[in-house]
Each structure stands twice: as structure tokens, then as C-alpha cells.
Write a protein that binds this ligand. Sequence first.
Ligand code: SF4
Ligand code: SF4
Ligand code: SF4
Length: 323
Amino acid sequence: MAKPKLALYWAAACGGCDVAVLDTNEKILEIAAFGDIVFWPIALDFKYHHVRAMEDKSIDLCLFNGAIRSTEQEEIAKLLRAKSKVLVAFGACACFGGIPGLANFTTREEILQRVYKEAPSNSNPEGTLPQVKTKVPEGELDLPDLFESVQTLEQVVPVEYFIPGCPPPSDLIVKVVDLYVTGKMPPVGSIVASDKTCCDECDRVKEEKKVARFYRPHEITTDPKKCLLEQGIICCGPATRGGCGMRCIKANMPCRGCFGPPAGVADQGAKMLSAIASIYQGDTPEAVNKMLDEVVDPAGTFYRFGLPDSMLKRKKVAKVQGK
Ligand code: SF4
Ligand code: SF4
Ligand code: SF4
């Protein structure tokens, strides 16, 4: 019997999700033994034309990491959707927009200005911006264009499963491959993680204490046995899906929300705002203003991994060009 065909792709990503696959240690051999890898740009020299030449639905399982922010990423997402039986949004960027999704707090124009003209390390006296057509001696090249907004994979193509995390923990990756091999995949649309919140899975002592002020992690020495949020450290555990193995909490760092919102929560940032409002001491306008001063970069903290997937989606722009 022919081996199943496996594909892995990265769109707007940092490479960490691909490294996480390699980080499965000896289990990588089981993943490799599970099927033939027919496309994996970071590791193997396959080209897009090899994928275009495949029959539709000839890839059995495609793990797609990264968000969609360029015409190239959208094109390959649609291509891999057509060629794959099962498409998995792999990692926080593909599932929720992730760190690249923070670009939705600004605009395409502002990003290009900053990166190509204003950044102190630039040497670009003519102020040249990236072009979608470039002439070279061999002819004219088409280059990807940047969309106005970063999107999740599911906002571009239908997706069967979601594996959250920045990056997904290696045991979840192995679990998904095992489930696939044994024909035990959960219902289509499932998020392969816990149905509980990080707080539900956290074994730190919770004393139902109110917080008199919030701190950044470097500002205080915390008790490693007690709830970070109750010690005044913004920890997104109440608004985050469990299943990561409490990676940050075990390192005495607060959860930043990379597993996305838990079941039944439509907006992770709004849920987190509600959690900190309920734990903060004082409910006068002065207390609220003090609290807001203490939370540095609230939007970037509460929507760190999920702005494109949130109810906000992006900063309002006067005129949206493209997507
Ligand atoms: S989810 Fe995290 S590790 Fe994966 S590509 Fe995005 S930023 Fe990198
Ligand atoms: S807020 Fe953070 S530290 Fe406190 S119980 Fe939840 S996950 Fe644990
Ligand atoms: S503790 Fe939170 S931020 Fe850290 S890995 Fe788990 S879900 Fe992600």
C-alpha cells in the first residue's frame, strides 16, 4: 500500500513551528516513517511547480504554519487546500494570526514607511519601496504583494483541524500524527488541545485575592508556588486554552495566550480584560485609570497571538486597500 503523503508549509512565520516538528526528537523518525514528505520548503528542495503538478487531494495531511499576509502566501494556501485531503492550521500564527497579526495594529503604508525609509539601519536615499514587478536582465519578475491586513489560514481557505501554540508542543504534534495514522482524528473543526483553560490546568495556589497593583515580570520577585495573576503579574491563563503543559508557568513566566481563547470564548482580549477587572482592587474611575497605567501595552498583551482572529480583527483604517 502506498504511504500517506505529508506536506508542511510556512507562510508568515518565524520558522519556530518547523523547528518544533524537528524537536520531536526520536519521534521525528516516526513522523518520517508515517508517510512520504512531498513538500517542506524549510527542509527539502521541492518547488511550487512540483505541488502544482500533483493531483487534487493527493496530499493526505498538510501541516500549514504561519499567517497569511502576502499574495504568495494566499496563493500557496489555496494551492495546498486543493491538493490536500486534510489541512491543519499549525501553530498560533496559522490558527489566530499570531505575532505577525500584531501588524494589524498598524497599516501596510506605515509598515513600509518604517521598514524601508525610517528605520535607523536603512540606507535607502531614494526611498524605494518594494515593487510587485522588477526588471532583471533575464526578464520581468513578479514579486509578492503585501496585504493591508494579516489573516488567519481559515479566513482564506477551509481548514479541518487546528493545533495551537507558539510553537505547538512536540507531544501535540506526535499526538496528531498518531491520531491520523490510527484513524482516530476528532470531528472536523476540532482544536487539538485541551477544552479547559490554562488556569484550570495550573497547580499554583489561588487564594481568591484582589490585586492592589500590576507589575511587569522583571519588577518583582514572585512566589513560584502562587498564582502569578494574584501576585500582580498579568497572566493570560484565565483567557487561554490549556494543553501546552504549562510551559511558561513552569518557567515562572506568565502565560501570554499562545493557545488562543478557550472553548466558548469569542474574544480572548475581552475575556482577559474582564478577568483583570474582576481581580483588581478598587472600582472608582481613579482606580481604573491607575490600573490602565500599570498595564503596559494592553492591546499587545491581550491580543498578542490573536488579533486577526479577534472581534476587533485590526486597527480601523480610513481606506482599506486590498485585504
Ligand atoms: S506560531 Fe510561533 S513559532 Fe510558529 S511560526 Fe508563529 S511565531 Fe513562529
Ligand atoms: S493566572 Fe496564571 S498563574 Fe494564575 S492560575 Fe491562571 S495560569 Fe496559573
Ligand atoms: S503558558 Fe500560555 S503562552 Fe505559555 S505556552 Fe502555554 S498557552 Fe502558550
